[in-house]
Unconditional design. Structure first.
Length: 178
């Protein structure tokens, strides 16, 4: 009887402590980044095709990725947008170039293998406004199937293929509307 009582107390303690330690498993669904006249809402990043981190904390990787891409688009856009113009994007999917593969203990972290089988893809809606009036809007499904066939400058810049998708889109779609 004493053994049964001790077992019940331990089970109750574990249950209660488990409830007390249980954290909200929901990840923040959206992240808003901005750079000058550019705002990007990264909508439901947990549903994206591939923004998998190979090392570190996934949420920190996503924050870094989204900030880097926003900064890159912002550098270009802020040179061309007037002070009263605003570019807003709502990103609904990202698929980074390459694919994450396990190293099965050969290295402490997984690795991203970049091959032409896994091109970069980004899907988003956008609105370009001036003084609150819509100049141009639409939906985009960007990808570059030949991303490895192009001349690649040697650089340490993170996410070069995704950056190129966004900057080429801006030059072809937004700049003519300005």
């Amino acid at each position: 009887m004493k053994h049964l009582l001790v077992t019940a107390i331990i089970a109750a303690t574990l249950t209660i402590s488990g409830c007390a330690q249980k954290q909200d498993d929901t990840v923040p669904q959206d992240l808003l980044t901005n750079d000058g006249n550019v705002n990007i809402l990264w909508q439901n990043p947990s549903d994206y095709s591939d923004v998998e981190a190979t090392t570190g904390v996934q949420s920190k990787f996503e924050e870094y990725l989204f900030t880097e891409l926003t900064d890159e688009l912002g550098k270009l856009a802020n040179k061309h947008l007037a002070k009263d113009q605003q570019l807003d994007l709502t990103v609904t999917n990202v698929d980074l170039a390459g694919d994450v593969q396990p190293t099965f203990g050969a290295a402490p972290d997984d690795v991203r293998i970049v091959t032409d089988l896994y091109p970069p893809k980004i899907r988003f809606d956008y609105v370009l406004t001036q003084n609150g009036k819509v100049i141009k809007s639409g939906s985009e499904k960007l990808n570059n199937m030949a991303f490895l066939m192009e001349i690649q400058p040697i650089s340490n810049d993170p996410f070069p293929h995704e950056r190129e998708l966004l900057t080429n889109w801006f030059k072809k779609t937004i700049m003519p509307a300005l």
